[in-house]
Design a protein around this ligand. Structure first.
Ligand SMILES: [Zn+2]
Length: 219
């Protein structure tokens, strides 16, 4: 999960309270969330939903509340449903969602699970961990089992790009210029604009040397 900074001003059409996913809202949400699902972090997903962080259950105040609209892929929206209304909030800086939940990537392309570990003992942290486990590791339906496997493969592909750069950095015959260029590439891979950036950031956070070197870039 990655933190998001939401502008205070809502898109104009929301004030009409007729649609919560019209063009201007959709575009604003895409921009704010870097075109990434806030739950699984898939970039440019095939099916995009403007999702209600707290399920509106017919309540118009929640339905048209700018601060309640999030960018989710249809798979995550479907898994979340109306069930999780007490998650850690990626739009609230105090929740510090990156540090709150450790994401460890799959170690092989067809790994059966990824590890989602919470770093604080709170009800929202536990609820978020439970939901993310369903999203990344779910086998509760055949369809979700297949799509979960596909999702983990995509995370692995991104991890593999990072691992190549990490190996380049620690190559005993790398020159300083090569190391500097490698660090720039790692900065790119851990930036929030990239898919699965929580997993990538946690690879760096777990490395004693790179975590110090890239402290400013971890986000
Ligand atoms: Zn998703």
């Amino acid at each position: 999960m990655f933190s998001v900074s939401r502008p205070t001003d809502a898109p104009a059409s929301l004030a009409r309270r007729t649609k919560y996913d019209s063009e201007d809202i959709y575009q604003a949400i895409c921009d704010i969330f870097y075109n990434k699902c806030y739950l699984c972090e898939t970039k440019e997903p095939h099916d995009i939903n403007v999702e209600h962080f707290r399920a509106h259950m017919g309540n118009d105040d929640l339905k048209y509340d700018w601060n309640n609209l999030y960018f989710a892929c249809s798979r995550c929206n479907n898994i979340k449903g109306d069930a999780y209304n007490n998650l850690l909030d990626c739009c609230n800086p105090q929740d510090n969602v990156l540090k709150a939940i450790k994401h460890l990537p799959p170690i092989t392309p067809y790994a059966k699970t990824v590890q989602i570990v919470i770093n604080l003992d709170s009800t929202p942290a536990k609820a978020t961990q439970e939901l993310l486990n369903k999203i990344y590791n779910s086998e509760h339906t055949v369809n979700k089992k297949v799509s979960g496997s596909y999702l983990r493969k995509k995370i692995f592909d991104q991890y593999n790009l990072l691992l190549t750069q990490i190996n380049n950095y620690y190559n005993p015959v790398a020159t300083q210029a090569e190391k500097d260029a490698t660090i720039e590439r790692i900065k790119l891979l851990i930036s929030k604009e990239q898919p699965y950036s929580a997993f990538m950031n946690w690879c760096i956070l777990e490395d004693d040397q790179l975590s110090q070197l890239l402290e400013e870039a971890i986000n």
